[in-house]
Design a protein around this ligand. Sequence first.
Ligand SMILES: Nc1ncnc2c1ncn2[C@@H]1O[C@H](COP(=O)(O)OP(=O)(O)OP(=O)(O)O)[C@@H](O)[C@H]1O
Ligand SMILES: [Ca+2]
Length: 959
Amino acid sequence: MLENRVLTPSPISPLSRAFLYTNYQGGGDNRNNWMTSLFKSSPYRRRRDDVEAEGSRSTDFDSADGDSSGTFDIPSTKNASIDRLRRWRQAALVLNASRRFRYTLDLKKEEEKQQILRKIRAHAQAIRAAYLFKEAGNRGNGTIKLPIPPPPEGDFGISQDELSTITRDRNHHVLEEKGGVKSVASALKSNTEKGICGDDADLLKRKNAFGSNTYPQKKGRSFWMFLWEAWQDLTLIILMIAAVASLVLGIKTEGIKEGWYDGASIAFAVILVIVVTAISDYKQSLQFQNLNEEKRNIHLEVIRGGRRIEVSIYDIVVGDVIPLNIGDQVPADGILITGHSLAIDESSMTGESKIVHKNSREPFLMSGCKVADGSGTMLVTGVGINTEWGLLMASISEDTGEETPLQVRLNGVATFIGIVGLTVALLVLIVLLVRYFTGHTKDIDGTPQFKAGKTKASTAVDGAIKILTVAVTIVVVAVPEGLPLAVTLTLAYSMRKMMMDKALVRRLSACETMGSATTICSDKTGTLTLNQMTIVEAYSGGQKIDPPDSKSQLPPILYSLLIEGIAQNTTGSVFVPEGGGDIEISGSPTEKAILGWAVKLGMNFDAVRSESSIIHVFPFNSEKKKGGVALQLPDSQVHIHWKGAAEIVLASCTEYINASGNIVPLDQVKVSFFRNAIEDMAASSLRCVAIAYRTYDMDKVPADEQQKTQWALPQDDLVLLAIVGIKDPCRPGVRDAVRLCQNAGVKVRMVTGDNPQTAKAIALECGILSSAEDAVEPYVIEGRVFRNYSDAEREKIAEKILVMGRSSPNDKLLLVQALKRKGHVVAVTGDGTNDAPALHEADIGLSMGIQGTEVAKESSDIIILDDNFASVVKVVRWGRSVYANIQKFIQFQLTVNVAALVINVVAAISSGDVPLNAVQLLWVNLIMDTLGALALATEPPTDHLMHRNPVGRRYEMLK
Ligand SMILES: Nc1ncnc2c1ncn2[C@@H]1O[C@H](COP(=O)(O)OP(=O)(O)OP(=O)(O)O)[C@@H](O)[C@H]1O
Ligand SMILES: [Ca+2]
């Protein structure tokens, strides 16, 4: 059971408190009903894109070859309509809908969530009050105590109520009255630049005054619920009736001492089945709850005491200053402090997929939304239950309502087998009845059991019931109830094991799909390499700087421009502890490498940053492969700095600063000098970044705030300042992992944003390319070339591509589509926000746990927690073992089922009696279905699995 996450009662506004008092009459339950009716009352319109979003995650279950042939298809597209799923569900003979489809995509729950959201928006205050009330009721153990928190302000200059009015109601007036975001920050004893001081006492004080960023979790279903559900199974109910009948019959015919055996052992068998099923289901629901916990526990950076530290989202407090970057989730309600081209996707909260630009006129940020573009910092003003997100999270229980394609298909198989069993049982029933009533069924001494006119009616009925019990038992044996159980068990087991291997499974179906993957398109940076970057080569002033951090080789004017560009044109930061100690550099690995180099060159980060002010930012993105910033200097000069992929930035340069500090034109000779330098560095697997700048007229800078946000920074006629080569070593073990994949028939392709030469060098290093001779088109291709092909051409060469360099996220998507059209089962890794489409399109999307953005994680099926390619390969292994185990289980089931059925049918027809009686059959079945499932489902994978070719899109389970 999940413990309640709220430790301290969150403070509530006077209004809510008034509400509590006026409504306090009947206790917690009333509140509950009132709330559910509130949630229920609005008519619900389902949004089309919601359905599609889910539909695209579900699979295409229509297949020409039915289940009877034993052939299965991995659906070729994720974009099957949800209706098909529905149809399929209705088509199956459902013995117990609730049990069988527990892990099915739960449309109703989705609808519920949307409704709740809408209601929350309308009744936020009232619902919050109701929650706190219910909480208090629960805590008080029946005796209801009203939560009267200490004065909410504590010793802060502003109350939660006022903060809520500002942020939640988007009230500009109150914000202005309070003196803007800076004054609000100081009222919260925070600082818009340095954040809160963040020691334990401070954090505690904030949690007491404003609550913590947690919400009461809806409790999962109890064990008794699972027991209750497990027992509502048609077969089990029939068996229960059979047990009672047998008990009555037995006692009547053989007396109380001996006659209870049969009935009781049937009953015992049934109880055992129910308990095992319930325990297994319950354990799985706990596992899913843990997984959800894990999924929600996002780690993010906050600025405390001027230094960036990583904390869990649950530890965010009011007053915190949080840097926001593209792909992040807004972790709490807040006000924007500074932002550049910041755009927020509010669709998860408002339901409209609209990107909202945030600036000083529209500074209110809502928890749970995603950063679609740009960057900024925010001041937290509301956490936990005081935000709409918190309320939403508190009101929905997240049961992973998913059934995987394999489960759905195997349900079909189970149904088919069930129908065969039913037919056979009917046959046996008829044969036995006919034999019995025609006097062909004889006792051991040879006298017929039934003689027309002589046998008593009650004896005849007894005889008929016995025959009926045999028939029922045959049905029960034939129906492989254990099959869905086995599949769920296998999936849950491999999911748990994958977790230990650093893969967090977001979608259960990914476990099985991964087993049939035929190709993996992997990122380079961070996945195949360590993502620990350092600058090892540098070119500046028209020459090579050796060693790269020798400041003396740089003319002063070049040095100061370079340092200015690096310090201002970055999303990272440098923290110098006051009392001495190691300098802390934070940011993306590339940024860290460049900042680290500048620090070694003698940069004083804070000092350089205070010398000029930022007018406008063009954030780095993987599409353009460069990022820029416009600076205003004290003398009203404007500098525009660019930093990005070396050959791209170099192409925009017309001048450079030479060794004596003069700006000189970049002639043909110098251009080829720099080009060669880039190629040399790339060939030794270095990532190349160029830094350049230009001056600009202040008059031409748009004065209007609105126009400025649209301003495209001038990006030509640049002056080259430096080109650096960054080393990012290959991960140890990647070479072996790649080889393992190749042996297993899974082709590994590298899709990277880096220079094709760099990509080639790394690909050779980790074995994706076997020799330098292979490193030619089409095996190695540039994103731009691939992009410009027609669909048909792309399809033709896609299979050959091993390395794609200088690719944009869209190229990745094109490659995935082409490969899928060729019939591949494609796994794709990605970390960036714009990798989301490719991750979504792929059969299995894998996102990176460390470097991955929230957006990428949400579009993925599996999160690789350690960003390591070797973990991806482990997932393949586990995926394959899912198939192997289910195959074994089906073989085992069929063997026993067929044997039992054949023996009984033959015997019934030839001798009128069955050699295996109901109790015996039942126990065989019991062991087979439950314990057999337990045993076979949890077989670990063997190395043998990785020497086979992948099953691919078509595979056979029953042969
Ligand atoms: N922060 C940055 N500032 C400026 N340039 C950068 C930055 N990060 C990367 N680059 C440049 O952009 C190029 C590619 O970046 P991109 O984000 O597309 O690839 P990546 O995602 O880092 O690599 P991969 O696709 O292998 O994971 C790099 O080769 C580098 O030259
Ligand atoms: Ca069975």
